[in-house]
Design a protein. Structure first.
Length: 126
């Protein structure tokens, strides 16, 4: 019985560690990568903040989609670049009553490696 309890405890700890590692992804050269999508009326604000180690190059592709059932309809897209940090924000007119998805693909290249990051943010235009 004690042996079974010890095995369950060990498996529980391994599962907790795996979940914690997945929740806090570690990157080689990127310190922060945060996309945001907010609405004010029918105006969407798409933004992205990327911070990396000194001297790293950053390239980001952002695409805003309107979700219509299982379809993603592209509303706008942007390509941005920077060194060490990148702060992007732009606004777009949207239609009420739809969910929107902002997808970002970021490449960060620095002295200690490269990071290829895909993230998203979503919001509803009410």
């Amino acid at each position: 019985m004690k042996r079974k309890m010890a095995r369950c405890t060990a498996l529980s700890l391994l599962l907790a560690l795996a979940l914690a590692t997945a929740a806090f992804a570690r990157y080689n050269v990127t310190r922060e990568c945060t996309p945001r999508l907010t609405f004010s009326g029918t105006t969407a604000t798409a933004s992205l903040v990327v911070k990396a180690q000194a001297g790293a190059s950053i390239e980001a592709d952002l695409t805003l989609y309107r979700l219509n059932g299982s379809r993603q309809i592209e509303v706008a897209s942007w390509s941005e670049s920077g060194a060490t940090s990148l702060a992007f924000s732009d606004t777009v007119s949207c239609s009420r009553g739809y969910d929107y998805l902002l997808e970002v693909d970021v490449t960060v290249v620095g002295g200690s490696g490269s990071d290829y990051i895909t993230k998203s943010a979503s919001a509803y235009c009410s």
